[in-house]
Design a protein around this ligand. Structure first.
Ligand code: R2B
Ligand code: URA
Length: 318
């Protein structure tokens, strides 16, 4: 495997803008400009393109809150309006196309908060991240932070606990995001913005159980996370427990399926990011998610509330 570029300071440039470090796209823009034309970049999966008034629509974005499910993206949008004391449009409509992702552009006056679903797993998240980062670039958004609010399986933490990740590890328990590019595997360090993680944790108060952790991002919910309840599991219960124990000893607090991609890509692009996952179960106790829909909703609400408290605090201070 080839090593990726060292992790950059997880912060956008001093102007706060998201820089486009793709020389091919920059060349296309310049070539078009030389012909007196404008190159149009299609953000295909979002259903947007760079000829649209993106600066007007998204230029005031300060936070992009991401989660796997479209239902939770709408829940988060509702919470954004509620927390900020701004009347929500009725109904809250998604922006762009909803075939792949559902995006809500919460307009709060001086600032916007986006809430978007990214689907399950790193490939789905990766597409969303590329297009969202380009959207923030074209919109000339400043000091934007990406915060994933997700679900996970805890390792040695009680269900409903919020884990704020300091870093991520792969299913091999290595601190990298691995991506095959032009036939070679590249590894990119998977660290989060530590300050952002601390600032979010500080908003937990007495009523939300929250811990800092290391999140393991796997490419499979079943075998990839050592479950015994998938369609196959060609290993013993002892093998599974030995893996969970090894992960636990390496500091892993929870399993989900997007963390290494999120940490690595955002830090490569100079975007500050955080990962806040609720835990739906303690994997040291079992594999199946058996809590009631009401309990699961409350678990998710814990993580959403923690993030919304942080966002509100930031926006009020600005
Ligand atoms: C957490 O939950 C999903 C799997 O159930 C996946 O997207 C993840 O990271
Ligand atoms: N999401 C995961 O990826 N794993 C779990 O155990 C629960 C939610």
């Amino acid at each position: 495997a080839e090593s990726g570029s060292p992790v950059k300071k997880a912060k956008v440039g001093s102007d706060g803008l998201v820089a486009l470090n793709n020389r091919h796209l920059v060349a296309k823009q310049e070539e078009a400009a030389a012909r007196g034309e404008v190159f149009v970049d299609h953000l295909y999966h979002l259903g947007l393109d760079s000829s649209m008034p993106l600066q007007e629509q998204f230029g005031k974005t300060r936070f992009v809150v991401m989660g796997g499910s479209p239902v939770r993206a709408l829940d988060v949008a509702q919470l954004v309006y509620q927390f900020m004391g701004v009347a929500a449009p009725q109904p809250i409509e998604p922006f762009g196309k909803t075939e792949r992702y559902s995006m809500y552009n919460c307009q709060l006056g001086e600032v916007n908060v986006l809430s978007i679903s990214h689907g399950m797993g790193q490939p789905s998240l990766s597409i969303c991240l590329h297009e969202m980062a380009k959207l923030m670039h074209y919109a000339k958004a400043r000091n934007v932070a990406f915060i994933r609010v997700g679900t996970s399986g805890g390792v040695g933490v009680a269900p409903g606990t919020c884990v704020v990740a300091k870093s991520a590890v792969s299913g091999l328990l290595e601190p990298f995001y691995s991506l095959d590019i032009l036939g070679k595997t590249h590894q990119f360090p998977a660290n989060f913005d530590s300050q952002l993680a601390d600032d979010i944790l500080a908003c937990a108060g007495d009523d939300i159980a929250a811990v800092a952790g290391i999140t393991c991002g796997t490419d499979c919910f079943y075998e990839g996370q050592g479950r015994l309840d998938g369609m196959v599991a060609d290993y013993s219960r002892d093998d599974k427990l030995a893996f969970l124990q090894k992960a636990h000893e390496a500091g892993v607090t929870n399993f989900e399926m997007e963390s290494t991609c999120l940490a690595a890509q955002t830090s490569r692009w100079g975007i500050s990011a955080a990962l806040v996952c609720t835990t739906l179960l303690n994997r040291l106790d079992g594999d199946q998610v058996t809590s009631t829909p009401e309990q699961l909703k409350q678990f998710s609400l814990n993580a959403q509330t923690l993030v919304l408290r942080y966002i509100k605090k930031q926006l009020i201070a600005e």
